[in-house]
Design a protein around this ligand. Structure first.
Ligand SMILES: [Zn+2]
Length: 193
């Protein structure tokens, strides 16, 4: 059954080894941050460094695996209709909006939406790793300079993942203006056997 993550919010849930998770951008141009934890030992979690190392790329897409800090496969990407994701940048947090946006008011963030939803599984704010940023369009130059551009995803684009172990998943509809082309949209997801 399709689930909706409202704009600037998040969700957390379990999926079993062999189940599939489909994450859809229903309107286009919306990022979704995803973190993964081993359901039987939460100290094992998704690792950007291990994934970029073992997949020998900083652009992770169809056919690639998402690896853990213990060098185990957590998910395989079966389909990716947009093909652009980011695995360099940490989830947007209250500090992101202070430091990057010069905004000292309260601002929703992926970091808050991840740890508040994952709290039910005993996961604390300091446990949150660099997220796999689905549909996020981070461009880079040969000199290493990064820029966050509007997502290239069109309405209905999706990424289909297959779990390679029992997992706790945290998933958001990202809250950062620059990452989402200046407007906030929902994210849809579906767990399938
Ligand atoms: Zn975010």
């Amino acid at each position: 059954m399709m689930q909706v993550i409202g704009k600037q919010s998040g969700a957390a849930f379990r999926i079993k080894k062999g189940q599939k998770l489909k994450v859809t951008d229903p309107d286009g141009g919306q990022v979704s941050d995803m973190v993964l934890f081993n359901a039987s030992d939460k100290r094992e979690k998704i690792s950007s460094g291990k994934t970029l190392d073992f997949e020998e790329s900083i652009l992770i897409t169809k056919g690639d695996f998402l690896w853990s800090n213990r060098s185990n496969k957590m998910m395989k990407i079966l389909e990716d209709t947009n093909g652009r994701n980011d695995f360099l940048l940490a989830p947007c947090s209250p500090e992101t909006f202070k430091i990057m946006y010069n905004n000292n008011e309260y601002h929703p963030s992926c970091f808050e939406n991840l740890y508040t939803n994952l709290e039910q599984y005993g996961i604390e704010p300091d446990d949150i790793p660099t997220a796999f940023n689905i549909f996020m369009n981070v461009q880079f130059k040969p000199d290493g300079k990064l820029s966050v551009e509007p997502p290239l995803s069109k309405a209905g684009d999706h990424v289909l993942f297959e779990a390679r172990m029992d997992l706790i998943v945290g998933l958001t509809a990202c809250s950062a203006e620059d990452s989402n082309g200046g407007s906030f949209k929902p994210i849809h997801y579906e767990i399938m056997d």
